[in-house]
Ligand binder design. Structure first.
Ligand code: NI
Length: 435
C-alpha cells in the first residue's frame, strides 16, 4: 500500500515539485510577455482605427464586422448578432478542460471629441433628437483592441491550452435607449454563457485615475448597483391663497425628499457598505400662486450588496407611502433596476490575485475603495463567478487627478498601458484553465 498513493499522485501530476512547477510557469509567463509585446503595434493600430470610427450602443455594426474579421483570420469560431451587434468567439484548446470567458465592451458615447489626436473621431449623429458627435470617451476602443490582442496570443498557445476560451465582445455597455433591453443583460438572455457553459468570466476596464502599469481591484462589491426611482405624489390642487382647500403635493414631496436622506444616514449599516440615494429631479406646478395637484421626484440608488439594495428599495416605498398618507395624499413609487452590483466573487478573486501579482508585480496590484459608478459586467457576475479589474491608463509621472476623466470630450488613454492589459487577460485565462 505504501508506494501506491505516491505513484497515483505522481501520475496525476500532483507531486510535481514546487521549483519545477515554478520554473514551468516562469517559462510560460515569459512566452506570454514576449507574445503580448509583439502584439503592441497591432493593438495600437486596431485601437486607433476603432477610435476614429466610434459607434453608439446597439449600432456597433462596423465594429462588429471588424472584430469578426480579425477573429476569423485567427481560425476562431465566430458567432455574430448576439444581443443585436455582439460578437462571440470560441477558441478550443488542444487539451480538455473548462470554459472561461473574457469580455470587452464595444460602444462609444454621444460626445463631441476635443482631444485633437490625429485619429480623433469626427463622427456625427443625432441622439434623442439632438445633433452630437460620437466618441470613444470611456476607452471601450482600447478594450476591444486588447481583447483582440489577447485572442491572437491565446491562438498561439492553443495547442497546450487545457480548455476553451470564449471571447465576448459586448454592445451597449453604457445603456440602451429608454425602454430597450441591451448590453450584457441581453447577451445573457440570449445564452452567451451557455453552449458551451462558461464557468468563470474576466473583464478589465482602462482607468484614467490609475497610472500605467497598475492593476486595481476590490473583492466583493467593487462597483455599485444602479437603479432609478420615481415618486409621484398625488394631492389636490387649489388657489395658492387657500392652501386649506388643497392637499399640498409640494410640501409632501419636500418632506419625502428630506426623509429619504435618513435611509443612508440612519438606516444603512455603513460599516458594511456605502450607499447613495440621490434625488435628481423635482417637478411640480406651473405658476407661483397655484398649488398643483401632483408633484414628481426621480433619483438614483447606488448600493454594494444585493441585500443593501433591496433594503433601500423597501425603505423608499415605506417612506414615500407613509409621508404621503400622513398628509392625506397618495404616492406612486416606481423602482427600475438598471445594473446589479459588480460583485467580484471572493473565492475567484483570492485565487486569481497571485496571477495578477505575477503579471503586474506585487506592488502594482492595488486593492481600491468601492466605486459608485456602475458597470453591466455585473450581469454576468449575477450568473457565474467573475472578476473585473481596472487597468491603469494614465502615463507614469502624470498626476491622474489632473487628466480628463472618462465620459468627457478630452478623455485620452496612454497606449503604453496595452501590453499589461493583453498579458493580464491572457494569463487570467491560462491560469484559470490550468487550475
Ligand atoms: Ni466604460
Amino acid at each position: 500500500m505504501k508506494h501506491v498513493l505516491p505513484t497515483l499522485l505522481a501520475g496525476l501530476g500532483l507531486l510535481a515539485t514546487a521549483p519545477a512547477a515554478r520554473a514551468q510557469r516562469a517559462t510560460l509567463d515569459a512566452r506570454i510577455a514576449q507574445l503580448a509585446a509583439a502584439e503592441q503595434a497591432k493593438v495600437v493600430g486596431w485601437r486607433r482605427d476603432l477610435h476614429e470610427h466610434p459607434e453608439l450602443g446597439n449600432e456597433e455594426n462596423r465594429t462588429a464586422a471588424f472584430i469578426a474579421a480579425q477573429l476569423k483570420a485567427l481560425g476562431i469560431e465566430v458567432q455574430t448578432g448576439v444581443g443585436r451587434t455582439g460578437v462571440v468567439g470560441l477558441l478550443k484548446g488542444g487539451k480538455p478542460g473548462p470554459v472561461v470567458a473574457l469580455r470587452a465592451d464595444m460602444d462609444g458615447l454621444p460626445i463631441t471629441e476635443s482631444t485633437g489626436l490625429p485619429f480623433a473621431s469626427t463622427v456625427k449623429t443625432t441622439y434623442l433628437g439632438q445633433p452630437v458627435g460620437v466618441m470613444h470617451a470611456c476607452g471601450h476602443d482600447t478594450h476591444v483592441a486588447m481583447l483582440l490582442g489577447a485572442a491572437e496570443v491565446l491562438s498561439q498557445l492553443k495547442k497546450d491550452l487545457p480548455g476553451t476560451v470564449k471571447f465576448i465582445f459586448q454592445p451597449a455597455e453604457e445603456g440602451s435607449l429608454p425602454g430597450v433591453v441591451g448590453g450584457a443583460k441581453l447577451m445573457v438572455q440570449e445564452g452567451v454563457l451557455e453552449n458551451p457553459k462558461v464557468e468563470a468570466i474576466f473583464g478589465l476596464h482602462i482607468w484614467a485615475s490609475a497610472p500605467v502599469g497598475q492593476l486595481q481591484y476590490r473583492p466583493r462589491g467593487e462597483m455599485a448597483s444602479s437603479d432609478r426611482f420615481s415618486i409621484k405624489v398625488i394631492g389636490k390642487g387649489s388657489h395658492g391663497a387657500k392652501p386649506w382647500s388643497s392637499i399640498d403635493p409640494v410640501v409632501t414631496a419636500a418632506e419625502i425628499i428630506t426623509a429619504l436622506q435618513t435611509i443612508v444616514s440612519r438606516q444603512t449599516d455603513l460599516t458594511q457598505d456605502a450607499a447613495v440615494v440621490t434625488v435628481g429631479t423635482v417637478q411640480a406646478g406651473v405658476r407661483y400662486n397655484i398649488i398643483p395637484p401632483d408633484a414628481t421626484l426621480s433619483g438614483t440608488i447606488r448600493a454594494f450588496s444585493p441585500d443593501t439594495q433591496q433594503r433601500i428599495w423597501a425603505a423608499i416605498k415605506r417612506t414615500a407611502n407613509g409621508i404621503a398618507a400622513a398628509n392625506g395624499a397618495t404616492a406612486e413609487v416606481g423602482i427600475e433596476p438598471y445594473v446589479p452590483v459588480t460583485f467580484n466573487d471572493p473565492v475567484l478573486t483570492a485565487r486569481m490575485l497571485p496571477t495578477m501579482q505575477r503579471v503586474a508585480g506585487t506592488k502594482n496590484v492595488v486593492e481600491i475603495k468601492a466605486v459608485t459608478g456602475a458597470e453591466d459586467f455585473a450581469c454576468y457576475q449575477e450568473k457565474i463567478p467573475g472578476l473585473f479589474v481596472f487597468l491603469g491608463g494614465t502615463a507614469p509621472g502624470t498626476d491622474p487627478a489632473t487628466v480628463a476623466d472618462h465620459h468627457t470630450a478630452g478623455f485620452k488613454v496612454d497606449e503604453s498601458a496595452f501590453p499589461l492589459g493583453v498579458k493580464t487577460l491572457v494569463t487570467l485565462a491560462v491560469d484559470y484553465l490550468s487550475k
